[in-house]
Each structure stands twice: as C-alpha cells, then as structure tokens.
Ligand binder design. Structure first.
Ligand code: ADP
Length: 257
C-alpha cells in the first residue's frame, strides 16, 4: 500500500491518471487502517467479558459444589456476560456486513408515522421512568427498509433513555416539509460535551467511558445508526448541551417532492 506514482514530468492525461490512482491509494490506505482499528478494538471489547466468564468458571470449579451462593452468583454473572457478548457480536456482524456491502436492504414504501409510533409504544411499555412525547404527523411515507428504520429509531430512543435520568422527557418527532422528512429524538438528559460531538458516530467511541460502561453501552449504536442512514441516502446530526440534553436529527429526502 505504500506505492504511489510519481507525476513529475508526466503528460497531462497521464498525470491525471496518476493523480486519480494516488487518491485511490490514499482512500484504500485509510480504509485498511480503519479496518485494522476495528478488528483490534473489537478484540479488546470481547476480551473483557471472556475474562470475567473465565473468572467465574474458576470460582465454580473451586467452590461451586460446596457453596450454593457462589454457584448462584457465578451462573447469573456468566449468563449476563454471555448475553452482552451476544449483543456485541451481533452489532459487529452488522457493521462487518455493511462494510462488505452484504447487508440485506429491502426497501419498500413504509408508513414512517405508524412505524415510529409503534416503536415508541414498544419501548414505552418497558420503561416507566421517563415521560415520552410523540409529535408525529400522520401518514408520512419514506422508501426504506422497515427493519433497519425500526432499528435506527430504537438506537436513538434507547440512547435517550440510557443517558436521561429518571423523570426526564424524551420527545420523538416526525415532520414532513416540501424537501425533507425530519425525524428527531430529543431528550432532557446528561448531554454531550461539544468536544465529543463530532466523534460520537465513530465505532467504539464513548463520550463518557465510565458512565457508558455502567449503562452497558457498546459504543457501536450510533455507528450502526449512521450506516443505516447511509444506506437510505439520509443524514444524521446531533445537537447537544452538556447537562441539558441532546437531540438526534435524521433527514430523509421527501420521495414525493
Ligand atoms: P453506547 O452503546 O456507548 O451508547 P453509541 O454509539 O450509541 O454507544 O453512542 C456513543 C456515545 O455517544 C455514548 O457512549 C454516549 O457517550 C454518547 N451518547 C449517545 N447518545 C446520547 C444521548 N442521547 N445523550 C447523551 N450522550 C449520548
């Protein structure tokens, strides 16, 4: 990957060709570097739960048969760690498929308003610690993959829940204008410091390492959200004020424009 063509003295067309080749090599180099980081970060993330499981298996081995408390605690912890490993591996697979362009994307016309309301209801059902507000215009249609759009909404609403203390408000809006369809998930939570805002869509990036580990975050949710937006030619942005709350906004092209 080190090779670059020397353009000094080359004729114009050859120079253009060489410049295009060099630019491609630059992009390839960045991509390979990103993939190497991804693999090493993923291995690092998987090492921790594996080490915890090993620790509990050792404990079971030594005291499991004599001490029922050790038995119960170890089994529960192994179950929890295995469950979080499964979530992590599923997210890694999603991103790997998306990099390889083998992600299944089946687009149809979907009623975004209904899908958004349904997703919010499902989440609301299992969370009675926050106030949920829906500002959803009826019958907004987008052309997209129903499962992926639902996943995108879930990621944004789940994050709003994770990073908003009990009693806070979470507002889901879907609005249609002539040019665009805008989906927004706004919370009154802990917010994100401005120096982190431009990095939160990167893989494994956590704005607050200590806090996110507690919430069980993988640091992959927003990277997946961004990939889903890319497959729908839509853009995702975040606004936030530390200590006051955050808003994640997705813009879809209006298909009936
Ligand atoms: P995680 O699994 O850690 O939540 P994400 O990729 O979904 O990973 O988010 C990346 C980081 O962005 C999080 O670790 C958190 O620091 C920050 N973040 C995401 N959503 C919010 C939010 N609604 N409020 C505050 N911080 C957020």
């Amino acid at each position: 990957l080190k090779g670059r063509l020397d353009t000094t003295g080359a004729k114009d067309e050859l120079k253009d060709l060489a410049l295009t080749f060099n630019a491609m090599m630059d992009r390839l180099e960045v991509f390979v570097e990103q993939q190497q980081h991804f693999v090493s970060d993923a291995s690092h993330e998987l090492r921790t739960p594996i080490a915890v499981i090993q620790g509990y298996v050792d404990m079971l081995d030594r005291w499991g048969t004599e001490n029922p408390d050790v038995l119960i605690e170890s089994i529960q912890s192994i179950k929890d760690e295995a469950a979080s490993m499964k979530i992590l591996v599923e997210k890694l697979l999603f991103l790997a498929r998306s990099d390889k362009k083998t992600l299944k994307v089946e687009k149809t016309d979907i009623n975004l308003s209904k899908l958004a309301l349904q997703t919010l209801k499902e989440i609301q059902f299992i969370d009675d610690e926050h106030e949920f507000i829906a500002r959803i215009e009826p019958d907004i249609t987008i052309h997209g993959d129903c499962h992926l759009i639902k996943e995108l909404l879930r990621i944004l609403i789940d994050n709003a829940i994770k990073y908003t203390p009990e009693g806070g408000k979470i507002t889901l809006s879907c609005v249609q204008t002539f040019k665009a369809i805008t989906v927004s998930v706004k919370d009154t939570g802990i917010g994100i410091a401005s120096e982190h805002l431009h990095s939160i869509f990167e893989r494994f990036y956590r704005a607050d390492e200590a806090r996110t580990k507690n919430t069980g975050g993988t640091g992959l949710g927003l990277a997946i959200a961004k990939q889903i937006c890319d497959t729908h030619e839509s853009q995702i942005f975040a606004n936030s004020i530390l200590g006051e709350g955050s808003e994640f906004i997705v813009f879809f092209n209006n298909p009936i424009k």
